[in-house]
Design a protein. Structure first.
Length: 242
């Protein structure tokens, strides 16, 4: 495994000859769980993928998104709980479990730093994949619109401002757009879906990770691994389409 990568349960498209039809008592072929730190923007973003799975067929991927409002360790702990609940309810192992969180203020004091580091340790023990961002999830949205420098750290307030500026520069339709992080949840996702470029965002995120590969996650600003989760979801969407 290359440095900077995270181990994922499935990275290759499975051969169709290996796919078994689900039992009649089980509606879904696979179960995918995403547990987020945020209770608004992140869950709303990933529920767009649920909508795509449902459009293909209501009996393909069971896709659950949970927002927690907890810190990094709390997100992973909630992911474990949600995984166990789903397993008990459906009498089936959960195929994919991801935790989505930001660095936020994890470097501000000893306890927050410990919680951040514990999240990684616990996730590894429980085979939970991580899509974390340093500093914030909105960095992933910003990469849909513009490049980000790898030469210096970027505070979250600057990410929000850069996101607003990039939207304004996209054309006359949004030249007066003002981004409000506390209130603007649905609108920014709608805008990114309309004018953003996911393929380019993935390439930019990979470039950031490469630049930060020698740093610990808490120091790797700016960087994001949200694209790894997006790549995984796109692979399975393509699989079920075909």
């Amino acid at each position: 495994m290359k440095r900077g990568e995270i181990q994922r349960k499935s990275t290759k498209k499975p051969a169709k000859t290996e796919e078994k039809r689900p039992l009649r008592t089980r509606k879904y072929k696979q179960f995918f769980l995403v547990v987020c730190e945020d209770e608004a923007t992140e869950p709303a973003y990933f529920r767009q993928f649920k909508d795509e799975f449902d459009k293909i067929s209501p009996e393909t991927m069971f896709f659950e998104v949970v927002g927690t409002g907890k810190d990094q360790k709390g997100v992973v702990e909630q992911a474990i709980q949600e995984k166990n609940n789903l397993k008990q309810q459906h009498n089936k192992e959960i195929d994919f479990v991801w935790a989505v969180f930001d660095k936020d203020d994890a470097d501000k004091d000893t306890q927050k730093t410990k919680n951040f580091e514990d999240a990684f340790t616990l996730a590894k023990q429980e085979n939970i994949q991580l899509a974390f961002s340093n500093e914030v999830f909105e960095l992933w949205l910003l990469l849909h619109l513009t490049n980000v420098s790898t030469t210096k750290s970027i505070p979250r307030a600057d990410i929000y401002q850069m996101l607003q500026d990039a939207v304004q520069k996209s054309g006359s339709l949004y030249q007066n757009y003002l981004y409000n992080h506390q209130k603007d949840k649905a609108q920014i996702l709608k805008i990114i879906a309309q004018i953003g470029n996911e393929e380019q965002a993935i390439k930019k995120a990979e470039k950031l990770l490469l630049a930060q590969q020698d740093k610990n996650p808490i120091d790797a600003n700016p960087s994001t691994k949200v694209h790894l989760l997006v790549i995984e979801l796109r692979k399975w969407l393509e699989w079920y389409k075909n």
